[in-house]
Design a protein around this ligand. Structure first.
Ligand code: NAP
Length: 290
């Protein structure tokens, strides 16, 4: 009898992770004997959990908050994840990857944005911003990083330069949020990689409003809960093209799936599963749940 292949996501808190819904939908669509489970693992147990998963023959792991940086020590990180300083995917052989940046770039490409040579204003200098900056630079973009704590933009830019990720035609500049008006004039794309707008955290808030946006700007918000963030609402009010955070979520998951299996990830099915789960979570929020 065949043995079911187990996959999982490690992090804490983990109960609201959408990864199980997304990957189990993909396994079902491809008729694979596999199951994807969320495991609540804190930093103290990260090493044991990762070694245990490998010993048990897991097909692959995702690593999420707060373990992405610590997990580097317990796998064999590839060159990109080493440069970013964080992994979000580990394969059966124990190699670590970071698919967050590629997920964002695929979301941009799917929306028809050509990244090579484009000036991209990236708000934020946290973990997601770092992974995206690294991938944008590899793809030849000019990355303008603006962060509330300006010193963190500078550190991010210095790390990328030191790691030579800005080789080729990519380049990176560090700025503060006070400079956003000027930076927006140069930008083809605005990406929000901060937590501003997130349900239950900085809900209802946006760092940029419609009046600051120019025609032709593409606005991409990494925040996916709620599906329509205040920033996306402002961009739509200005008649601009928008990209929802759910697109990155699905594409980074699809990139992990492709690293674990020999199958093409069924991206459409994965997106439908995530949207359905988010919509029902929204319904629960309205009733005071989640
Ligand atoms: P993080 O490492 O904690 O970074 C948070 C960032 O938000 C920092 O740059 C921080 O600035 C900024 N920030 C927080 N509060 C702010 C405020 N009131 N005003 C201005 N800036 C503020 O978080 P992360 O892991 O990078 O995640 C960032 C966002 O991306 C989250 O909403 C997360 O859900 C989302 N995300 C989405 C995907 C996806 O697949 N769609 C993937 C990863 C992350 P300071 O440095 O000044 O504190």
């Amino acid at each position: 009898m065949a043995v079911t292949t187990v996959y999982g996501v490690l992090g804490s808190p983990i109960a609201h992770s959408l990864s199980p819904v997304m990957h189990n939908a993909a396994f079902a669509a491809l008729d694979l004997d596999a199951a994807y489970i969320a495991f609540d693992v804190d930093k103290q147990r990260a090493e044991t959990a990762m070694r245990g998963a490998r010993a048990l023959g897991f097909g692959g792991l995702n690593i999420t908050f707060p373990l992405k940086e610590a997990a580097l020590r317990y796998c064999k990180p590839d060159a990109l994840s080493k440069r970013i300083g964080a992994v979000n995917t580990v394969d059966r052989a124990g190699t670590g990857y970071n698919t967050d940046g590629v997920g964002a770039v695929r979301a941009l490409e799917e929306a028809g944005v050509s990244v090579n040579g484009a000036s991209i204003l990236l708000l934020g200098a946290g973990g997601a911003a770092k992974a995206i900056a690294a991938q944008l630079l590899l793809n030849g973009a000019r990355v303008l990083v603006a962060n509330r704590t300006a010193s963190r933009s500078l550190i991010l830019a210095q790390q990328m330069t030191a790691a030579n990720i800005d080789c080729g035609c990519g380049a990176i500049e560090a700025h503060s949020l006070n400079e956003v008006d000027l930076l927006l004039r140069e930008a083809r794309v605005l990406i929000n990689a901060t937590t501003v707008g997130m349900r239950g955290v900085l809900e209802g808030q946006t760092l940029v409003t419609a009046g600051q946006m120019h025609p032709g700007l593409v606005v991409f918000d990494l925040v996916y809960h709620p599906l329509e963030t205040p920033l996306l609402r402002e961009a739509r009010a200005a008649g601009l093209q928008t990209i929802e955070g759910v697109k990155m979520l699905v594409h980074q998951g699809a990139a992990s799936f492709a690293l674990w299996t020999t199958f093409d990830p069924p991206v459409q099915i994965m997106e439908e599963a995530v949207r359905e789960a988010l919509q029902s979570a929204n319904g629960r929020d309205d009733e005071g749940g989640l």
